[in-house]
Design a binder for this molecule. Structure first.
Ligand SMILES: [Zn+2]
Length: 219
């Protein structure tokens, strides 16, 4: 839809399947836009679980929680639509409460991340409030998760980011976590601020996906 000539993460997933014999791949997309292309390419493929967190409603208009895959791929597309204004607590909370239980059950052999920085608070396009600290926290969660489920196999691919400062801060924070000799401890979950939509979004996603992931939303 105009943001990329080549879909790097989709090409990587396809190559892993076709050339490396990888049978289960999880793509986490925290770019602020819904990855409509990635979703479409794998929506009927149960071997590639596509998990997107994105501002919603927002461009390109897709990514409702009810979009859950098609045919044999039903249940292997998970959309977490976040209202404008979400920040560090909502992003890390959605990872802990939705992504972690999904990945523990799906058991991917590798975790690919569509690592956009356009949910940074300085980004001029979108309306999210992530800070460098939030990107660091998210990276710790996915690094720990990759160690728990797939031997630490984790690849982050650069995607959107339209503030030079946001891109610089976010990239530095992610690389700092990735380059640490050991994964740093994940700080305890902070309480969502008054008015936060986190619990409502988690419930919305759990209601759609509980039939595929029975432990989702139990906590
Ligand atoms: Zn984007």
């Amino acid at each position: 839809m105009g943001f990329c000539l080549f879909n790097s993460v989709a090409i990587a997933a396809h190559a892993l399947k076709a050339e490396q014999g990888v049978e289960k791949i999880l793509i986490l997309d925290w770019d602020v836009h819904h990855g409509n292309g990635t979703q479409h390419l794998f929506e009927d493929d149960p071997s590639v679980l596509y998990f997107s967190m994105h501002q919603f409603p927002y461009y390109p208009g897709t990514g409702d929680a009810n979009e859950a895959g098609r045919g044999r791929g039903l249940g292997a597309t998970i959309n977490v639509p976040l209202p404008a204004g979400c920040g560090d607590i909502e992003y890390s909370g959605a990872l802990r409460r939705i992504l972690v239980p999904v990945a523990l059950r799906f058991r991917p052999q590798i975790l690919l991340v569509s690592c956009g920085f356009d949910a940074h608070r300085a980004d001029p396009l979108a309306s999210m409030e992530l800070t460098a600290e939030g990107f660091a926290h998210m990276t710790r969660i996915v690094r720990t998760l990759a160690e728990d489920v797939c031997g630490g196999r984790l690849v982050l691919l650069l995607e959107g980011g339209y503030s030079a400062a946001g891109l610089r801060e976010g990239t530095a924070a992610v690389l700092d976590e990735m380059l640490a000799a050991q994964t740093r401890p994940i700080p305890p979950a902070a309480d969502a601020p008054a008015g936060s939509m986190l619990s409502a979004v988690v419930k919305q996603v759990a209601d759609v996906h509980r039939r595929f992931f029975p432990d989702l939303g139990a906590a």
